[in-house]
Design a protein around this ligand. Structure first.
Ligand code: NDP
Length: 517
């Protein structure tokens, strides 16, 4: 068992490595498919030292050199997609298509996006200032890599949710240690191997397989922590990082509402609700977790969703097109989802489809539609993170907005209406970092768009300029080329004459403000 020494000698030691190895299970079959090391704190410290040693060389390659490796990695990913999908499916039990679209599709795009856009997002910025004190000076802001980034990944998207953060961190010139979830480490190991084949220097990206204690130990070894997972663990990471003032990004849970207004295209709204609640078996932070439908179309909407969900196929996946809804990836998640369904039923909800579960070999929750739900039920106010869709009738858009905002979370939401101005006005009143009108989730594929949570859903953003600048330290440089004399007017000693002149100067510069009216 290892102990992490705080670099400044404090006592916040974290114990790790209580199990020497972790067994990796296929959640759709219950079969153990591999074992991986549970990295100890001393191993992590060695990894951190190696990562720091190689980082300057990686940074020195420049944007073009790093982009070459990232672009080759994109091609490697596409060339090896079958093998990667098989690995993802084997450790998650998800449908082949959920791996193809949301993992291969996203990550292939991410390699190219960050290779192409990192130079622009991180280019030196020439600043013009209104301050009279810096007139004539050169003012520059530059973005330097922080050094060593720790990425702590979840189990729902072992490729997208871990490499989606590793890639921009690497593009910025950092080295990275990725701690994948203990239940899905194999995809990360495969990708790291692939990137090395594509020319990523040894130790620039290291995979620290391990459990939660390994994640906790990583926090104080790195210069930035990017965490994706539950709000509860996110708080622990933030508290741990506070001890060393290590900056963090947190992408946490969501309880994403969909609002369907009376003038919506009911078919599109119903198909969207069914798909975006059930894809990846509902194990997506931006999945539709609850729906509010205006009364005039409620019955039609519920009928269409019910028919759609009733037709979904659920089994252990055996290849493309064989199932629609996969397994429950994380063992304790089964009980969470079961509890939410039971809690709703106990409080008066009706199950229209599904409701059952099984854990004989594989772990599955049936795609489930619930009606007669209200906000006393956990499924409406907490993150269920499973293939469930509770639908609630509302009398107005105002009521829908009030209920949508009655949540600790604020990650993502959607609004359906043919009146786009009205829908956008509703979107602007929802407390969430991203809101789609007549769509769901596809905003995540546009890496130009910042993606981050309000309220308990997170801190900071993925994607866009903010999604890479967080892996850097900004440095401001001021260069004085020409100075008037050996000494500036405002320097000591103060004299009444110069003070009078400076006062008149300030009045001249700032005293001419006029109101617009
Ligand atoms: P966690 O937040 O506990 O796990 C996320 C990652 O953090 C994993 O790699 C985990 O390791 C690691 N970890 C665990 N404890 C610590 C710690 N003290 N310090 C640092 N890292 C740690 O999520 P769970 O897997 O427990 O999932 C629970 C809930 O989280 C779900 O019900 C869902 O609501 C939400 N969730 C949200 C996701 C999102 O995309 N925002 C993704 C997954 C879950 P290990 O797995 O080895 O324990």
């Amino acid at each position: 068992m290892g102990i992490v020494e705080h670099p400044l000698g404090s006592t916040n030691a974290v114990e790790t490595g209580s199990r020497p190895e972790i067994a990796v299970e296929n959640p759709a079959t219950g079969e153990i498919i591999a074992t991986v090391p549970n990295r100890s704190a001393s191993e992590l410290a060695e990894m951190a030292a190696r990562g720091r040693a190689v980082q300057p060389g990686w940074e020195a390659l420049g944007f073009d050199g790093r982009a070459e490796v990232l672009t080759r990695s994109q091609k490697w990913l596409i060339d090896n997609q079958k093998r990667i999908i098989e690995t993802i499916v084997s450790e998650t039990g998800k449908a082949y298509e959920d791996a193809l679209l949301a993992e291969i599709g996203y990550t292939a795009g991410a390699f190219k996006f960050w290779a192409k856009n990192a130079p622009e997002y991180l280019a030196d910025e020439r600043i013009r200032s209104a301050s009279p004190f810096v007139k004539g000076r050169k003012l520059v802001v530059r973005y330097a890599p922080v050094g060593l980034v720790g990425v702590i990944g979840p189990w729902n998207f072992p490729l997208t949710n871990s490499f989606g953060d590793c890639i921009p961190a690497l593009a910025a010139g950092n080295s990275v240690i990725l701690k994948p979830s203990e239940v899905t480490p194999l995809t990360s190991m495969l990708l790291a191997e692939g990137m090395r084949e594509c020319g990523l220097p040894e130790d620039v990206l290291q995979i620290a397989t391990g459990d939660g204690t390994t994640g906790a130990a990583l926090v104080e070894l790195v210069d930035f922590v990017m965490f994706t997972g539950s709000t509860a663990t996110g708080r622990k990471v933030l508290a741990e990082a506070a001890k060393t003032l290590t900056p963090v990004g947190l992408e946490l849970g969501g309880n994403d509402p969909m609002i369907v207004l009376a003038d919506a295209d009911v078919d599109r709204a119903a198909n969207s609700a069914a798909y975006y609640a059930m894809n990846n078996a509902g194990q997506i932070c931006i999945s539709v977790e609850r729906v509010y439908v205006e009364a005039p179309i409620y019955d039609e909407f519920v009928a269409k969703v019910t028919e759609n969900v009733r037709g979904l196929r659920q089994e252990a996946p055996t290849g493309p097109g064989t199932i629609d809804v996969g397994a429950v990836i994380f063992p304790p998640q089964l009980a969470i989802v079961q509890d939410h369904i039971k809690d709703a039923v106990d409080k008066g909800a009706k199950v229209l489809v599904g409701g059952g579960s099984r854990s004989d070999g594989g772990r599955f929750i049936e795609p489930t539609v619930l009606v007669d739900v209200d906000h006393t039920m956990a499924c409406m106010r907490e993150e269920t993170f499973g293939p469930t869709l509770p639908i609630m009738k509302v009398e107005s858009a105002d009521e829908a907005i009030r209920l949508a905002n009655d949540s600790f979370y604020g990650l993502q939401a959607s609004v359906y209406s043919k009146d786009l101005d009205k829908a956008e006005a509703v979107a602007r009143r929802i407390e969430a970092g991203s809101v789609c009108v007549n769509d769901c989730q596809v905003n995540y594929t546009a890496l130009e768009l910042p993606m981050g949570g309000w309220k308990d859903s997170g801190l900071g953003v993925r994607h866009g300029a903010g999604g890479i600048r967080k892996y850097t330290r900004s440095q401001t440089i001021l260069v004085t080329k020409f100075a008037f004399g050996k000494k500036d007017l405002h320097m000591h000693p103060y004299t009444a004459k110069r003070t009078g002149f400076l006062g008149r100067l300030l009045t001249f510069v700032y005293g001419r403000g006029r109101s617009k009216s």
